[in-house]
Ligand binder design. Structure first.
Ligand code: URA
Length: 235
């Protein structure tokens, strides 16, 4: 038996990632039919360059800034919101309005910071006019950017804040109130749906059993899991 035949007994070569040609790469931000295969971007900055010139859906025409993400690009937690609102569109950063202020407090309540522990982004990178929900075509056009962000950050866990983020990533029919606080597995990653801060702003009671109290339970579970994983890594 030749060496090649011997080696072939070990099974097939893994399939190589599809190569993105220079031409395909250039047309990514202009045509939603051009795929963005896993491995297209070498880092978040390269991805952000495309987002800033992107017209893959109609939202590109009305945005002030594309909002890519903020926080530690090597964080153990990726938190995914819905899409930029007016403040985020103006400043080019996610969660800087009232929802963002509350989100900062929620993270701080369990000693999580964007400097170290969390990278924050959204399902769609451009503001839907009037803060309407992004439509399925817009989500589809933008989703490969999100998938690349997750691949590049490579988090230990993903927090899906609100129904739009849950729907975009998990094929889950149940509403957020039913599934919040539960761990799901998505592409070998732990994933938890949590309430959206905007929902908590509309439901301010902190009484036991109310949304804010439930969020507090969920965040404690997230922090406990993160501590457990960090300890396991150290030992
Ligand atoms: N709501 C979101 O879902 N994302 C933001 O960036 C701001 C508000």
């Amino acid at each position: 038996m030749s060496h090649e035949e011997q080696l072939s007994l070990f099974g097939r070569e893994p399939k190589a990632e599809p190569e993105v040609t220079a031409m395909q790469f250039e047309t990514i931000p202009t045509d939603a039919n051009v795929a963005i295969p896993s491995g297209t971007y070498s880092d978040i900055d390269a991805l952000a360059n495309h987002c800033h010139e992107c017209q893959r859906c109609g939202l590109g025409a009305t945005r002030t800034h594309a909002v890519v993400g903020k926080g530690n690009p090597k964080a153990p937690i990726v938190l995914i919101g819905e899409g930029p609102g007016q403040n985020e569109d103006e400043q080019g950063l996610p969660f800087v309005g009232r929802s963002g202020e509350l989100l900062d407090k929620i993270l701080a309540s369990v000693n999580l910071t964007t400097e170290e522990d969390v990278y924050i982004c959204n399902v769609v990178k451009c503001r839907p006019p009037g803060n309407r929900n992004p439509n399925p075509d817009e989500i589809e056009a933008c989703k490969p950017y999100l998938l690349e962000q997750i691949r590049l950050v490579d988090p230990k866990m993903i927090l899906l804040t609100g129904a739009v983020a849950v729907k975009a990533l998990l094929n889950e029919k149940r509403g957020i109130t039913k599934i919040r606080g539960q761990w799901f597995e998505w592409e070998n990653r732990r994933c938890m749906p949590i309430f959206h801060p905007a929902y908590l702003l509309r439901n301010p009671s902190r009484e036991k059993g109310k949304p804010k109290w439930l969020m507090w339970q969920d965040m404690q579970a997230v922090k406990a899991k993160l501590d457990e994983l960090r300890q396991a890594e150290e030992s």
